[in-house]
Design a protein around this ligand. Structure first.
Ligand code: UT7
Length: 332
């Protein structure tokens, strides 16, 4: 039987650390407010000239190393980002070129915070159906250059950071007890405008204008309370859903790796999941919310720190703009 598993993981964070105190210097906010409301202490920002493809490239090389693959072993690339280097083409094509692989397919996924969860499900499906044997999945974001670093933009500016993570997914027969089990994916477009970037947009003519800039439409617009309210219910709901597809329960889980949106949301997930607090992973204090990159960064960190071993039952779960949400269940 054809199944898929994680062969290697990697991550990359820009060197520059930006603390809450640093943000206090450019907007009306405080370290105390940020830590209390979000759990974030610091985040990483790129230097100008670095894009999400560059970060993704570094993470991809680390994942390839861990898997023991060269770029020439790849059959396909899936790249999840909401901050591509260009409106088009997608980062997947740029990454393929940086990796120096000839003409394999590259797919960009635009599912924001849930991008990596959606991407893993696609990699698993392509491998199960026999289309490919080795797929590179990347989640990478550069937020720092595209946020309003002012008091006006403080509700989002303090949340987001830059970074990238990647995973190599390979075909297996499951005999080693390491395999993807199932995935659950959701979206609800009724909430699309509760977390979005409205411009530039071909719906307006011209599609890009000074008025749009003046209105701040190039910056993320967020109804934080609505996002929060939905996230705390949907995270636990979809974890249970994906477990039920395999007749498993919360007690069977070694680790839940949630998208790092807000420590208070993660705390809510902890309460619903039960067990020791470390069963629900968190690193938001160090990196903030890195959208599609947060799960692969976390995954790579837990592998490197020895927190998980081959065969452990893991659930990766996300909620974000769209609204989109979903979960992957796998034996690492
Ligand atoms: O991956 C998905 C991405 N998004 C999320 O996960 C966001 C989910 N939502 C949240 O995390 C929270 O809603 C926030 C952290 C964004 C905001 O926390 P909150 O407890 O919902 O605060 P609030 O929006 O109700 O604002 C409370 C107060 C307001 O002041 P007033 O009206 O009470 O005087 C805000 O203006 O806090 C003010 N405020 C800030 N103060 C200092 C908002 N942002 C800041 C800030 N620093 N950065």
């Amino acid at each position: 039987m054809r199944l898929a598993r994680i062969a290697g993981t990697g991550h990359f964070l820009p060197e520059r650390i930006v603390t809450n105190k640093d943000l206090e210097k450019v907007m009306d906010t405080s370290d105390e407010w940020i830590q209390e409301r979000t759990g974030i202490k610091e985040r990483r920002f790129v230097e100008p000239g670095t894009g999400s493809t560059d970060l993704g490239f570094e993470a991809a090389k680390a994942a390839l190393d861990e898997a023991g693959w060269g770029p020439e072993d790849l059959d396909f690339i899936i790249f999840a980002t909401l901050s591509p280097d260009m409106y088009f083409p997608g980062d997947g094509c740029f990454l393929q070129n940086l990796l120096g692989v000839d003409d394999i397919g590259a797919l960009d996924i635009r599912n924001q915070c849930t991008g990596f969860v959606y991407s893993l499900s696609i990699a698993d499906a392509y491998i199960r159906m026999g289309m490919y044997d080795r797929i590179l999945v990347v989640g990478s974001e550069v937020h720092s250059t595209a946020m309003s670093m002012t008091t006006e933009g403080r509700d989002t500016a303090v949340l987001f950071g830059d970074g990238a993570g990647a995973a190599c997914i390979e075909v297996t027969d499951g005999s080693e007890g390491s395999q993807f089990l199932w995935h659950r994916l959701h979206s609800n477009g009724a909430f699309a405008e509760d977390l979005c970037m409205p411009a530039p947009t071909p719906k307006r003519k011209p599609w890009i204008s000074k008025e749009m800039l003046d209105e701040g439409l190039f910056f993320p617009q967020m109804n934080g309370r609505e996002v929060f309210r939905n996230a705390v219910t949907k995270f636990p709901e979809v974890i249970k859903e994906v477990l039920e597809t395999q007749s498993l329960t919360l007690d069977d889980l070694k680790l839940v790796i949630p998208h790092q949106a807000n420590e208070r949301i993660t705390e809510g997930v902890r309460k619903r999941v039960g067990g020791p607090p470390e069963r629900v992973f968190s690193n938001i204090a160090k990196y903030g919310n890195t959208t599609a990159a947060s799960i692969p960064i976390a995954l790579s960190e837990v592998v490197k720190s020895g927190m998980i071993e081959r065969g452990d039952l893991i659930c990766t779960v996300a909620f974000g703009s769209g609204f989109t949400w979903g979960a992957n269940l796998f034996h690492y």
